[in-house]
Design a binder for this molecule. Structure first.
Ligand code: PEP
Ligand code: MG
Length: 580
């Protein structure tokens, strides 16, 4: 059994699939003059076969996740069609008279070496594409069946050292039933995507890739953060039953979908969902939420080589606005940087990416990119109830500058007589301690706040949200964090604006009790948490939660507060404890 950090709840039982486990050892083998034409023919058919494989995967991803996500594979196809590379292989083959796989591998290595020395982040990232394609060609040359995830008959559990948010996006639902990684934290974007895709996941296992072999039978308990490798019959039976129980519990919760999220003493709470892709919208309606409280638009920019234009963004936002009507949709403007690198935007690798050139800082420095998005959002606001908010606001100047760009775009649209919602609400995410401490000043410039605890916690406690080594210090209930949250809520209300929370903390049932008591107006959680949090809200009295919050805020440590809230959750909603 291995223990890691629970990243996405639920239980998966299936075979392990180790990513990047297939390395080749290619022996140097001489070939005769007579064999050369056969070597060239083998090379050509391997290229054709690889092309077919990639086009096939691209088609599948386009069908399931939309054409934009499939575009990443265009870069793979370009590598395959590179005349220079192909000719270089043939020239060396004729000169050195060694097997074509050996020659190809060396040419490939040379290419990757050259790319790694170029001082251009975009080109550097193409090394991964060259490596991926190269591996496929080699597999086909060696006559081995490529062990791709897509080719697996049964859904698998991915075991990897790390997965980037964009890797996770491409693990499409059908063939992957969960994943586990050696590194990562609970609020890393990789974990957030796992919850969006409803795949049980565990991160921060440290050495899972060393202890697990391909095809091992795994039980992944994403709620507890434990993995069993080739479990005993008894364990397997226990978890199969537990899985059934959880599925049944979730089915029961769905009965709440048409009921309001309201406390026992009648306080109506806005319960919204966080999404990353427009494809998630149909399932939101199924879960019965009050709208979208966070639409992470940066996923438009990932896994592609170009920058999405106004029309494409407009269509997506319009789709969200229309589908969710009469509910509201909060679109967050581009939040790139940190762990979400978008190579085509030219953001360089930084020493401290989470403290670097990201989100609103990037957008204000590149107004030509930012304004395209603002135009798309404003135009879409004509088709439903859209709101928008800026990420990573650190102080008043940034907020004013962003609002001033928004004003310019509004004027341009008016001049061109293009319609938009003149009353669209504009908010600021409060996810940096400096914003939390000066939110009285910020409140005058916006219609609402949304607290981003994923970042607020990492900045307040100086704990990298994606580092498993210090995950024990990442405490949402640390008194420092709670005092900041309390301040934000009180100041917002004092200034007559509403305040929500879209960080993952809002989706944790025991913390939800606390946040209710602190006066939070809106909870925005991952879609699968909507029924769970609705159940919590409907099981408690607001006045009692206010008392609970008062008591909790007197406690001296995060651990004590967490235990205190968990005890109360057990009393108010006992059924939820084991399944959330
Ligand atoms: C947050 O920081 O809490 C948040 C919701 O934004 P993200 O997780 O995308 O950084
Ligand atoms: Mg954030």
């Amino acid at each position: 059994m291995l223990k890691g950090i629970a990243a996405a709840p639920g239980i998966s039982i299936g075979k392990a699939f180790l990513l990047d486990s297939q390395e080749f050892v290619i022996q140097k083998k001489e070939v005769s003059e007579a064999e050369l034409s056969n070597e060239i023919a083998r090379f050509e058919s391997a290229l054709i076969k690889t092309r077919q494989e990639i086009v096939e995967i691209q088609k599948k991803i386009a069908e399931e996740m939309g054409a934009d996500h499939a575009e990443i594979f265009n870069a793979h196809l370009l590598v395959l069609e590179d005349r220079m590379l192909i000719e270089e292989v043939i020239v060396h083959l004729k000169k050195e008279k060694l097997s074509v796989e050996y020659i190809f591998m060396n040419v490939l290595k040379k290419y990757m070496n050259v790319f790694s020395k170029i001082d251009d982040e975009y080109l550097k990232e193409r090394i991964v594409d060259i490596g991926d394609v190269g591996k496929r060609v080699l597999k086909n040359l060696l006559g081995k069946q490529f062990e791709s995830i897509e080719a697996q008959e049964e859904p698998v559990i991915i075991v990897a050292y790390n997965l980037s948010p964009s890797d996770t996006v491409t693990l499409h639902k059908k063939n992957v039933m969960g994943f586990i990684t050696d590194v990562g934290g609970r609020t890393s974007h990789t974990a957030i995507i796992a919850r969006a895709l409803e795949m049980p996941a565990i991160v921060g296992l440290e050495d899972a890739t060393k202890k697990i072999k391909n095809e091992d039978l795994l039980i992944v308990d994403g709620s507890e953060g434990v993995v069993f490798i080739n479990p005993e019959k008894q364990t397997l039976k226990k978890y199969t039953e537990q899985k059934k129980k959880i599925d049944e519990f979730h089915k029961q919760l769905l009965k709440l979908r048409n009921l309001p999220s309201e406390t026992l003493d009648g306080r109506r709470i806005e319960l919204s969902a966080n999404i990353e892709f427009p494809e998630e919208i149909p399932s939101l309606l199924h879960y019965g939420c009050d709208g979208i409280g966070l639409y992470r638009t940066e996923y438009f920019y990932l896994n592609r080589t170009d920058v999405p234009g106004e029309e494409e963004q407009f269509k997506a936002y319009k789709y969200a606005a229309q589908k969710m009507k009469p509910h509201s949709v909060v679109i967050r403007t581009l939040d790139v940087g940190g762990d979400k690198l978008v190579s085509q935007l030219g953001i360089p690798k930084e020493m401290n990416p989470f403290l670097g050139w990201r989100a609103i800082r990037f957008c204000l420095a590149r107004p030509e990119i930012f304004k395209v998005q603002l135009r798309a959002i404003l135009r879409a606001s004509n088709y439903g109830k859209l709101k928008m908010m800026y990420p990573m606001i650190s102080g008043i100047e940034e907020l004013k500058e962003a609002n001033s760009l928004l004003k310019d775009v509004r004027l341009e649209l008016k001049k061109k007589k293009i319609g938009f919602d003149e009353n669209m609400e504009v908010g600021a995410m409060i996810e940096i301690p400096s914003a939390a401490m000066t939110c009285d000043v910020l409140a005058r410039e916006v219609n609402f706040f949304s607290i981003g605890t994923n970042d607020l916690i990492q900045y307040s406690l100086a704990v990298d949200r994606s580092n498993e080594k210090i995950a024990y210090l990442y405490e949402p209930a640390h008194p420092a964090v709670l005092r900041l949250i309390k301040n934000i809520i009180d100041v917002a209300h004092g200034n007559g604006i509403w305040v929500g929370m879209c960080g993952e903390m809002a989706g944790e049932p025991h913390f939800a009790l606390l946040l209710l008591g602190m006066g939070l107006d809106e909870f925005s959680v991952s879609p699968m948490s909507v029924p769970i949090i609705k159940n919590v809200i409907r099981s408690v009295r607001l006045d009692q939660m206010q008392e609970l919050a008062k008591e909790a805020l007197k406690l001296p440590s995060g651990k004590q507060i967490e235990e205190f809230t968990k005890r109360h959750l057990k009393e108010t909603t006992p059924s939820i404890v084991k399944t959330a």
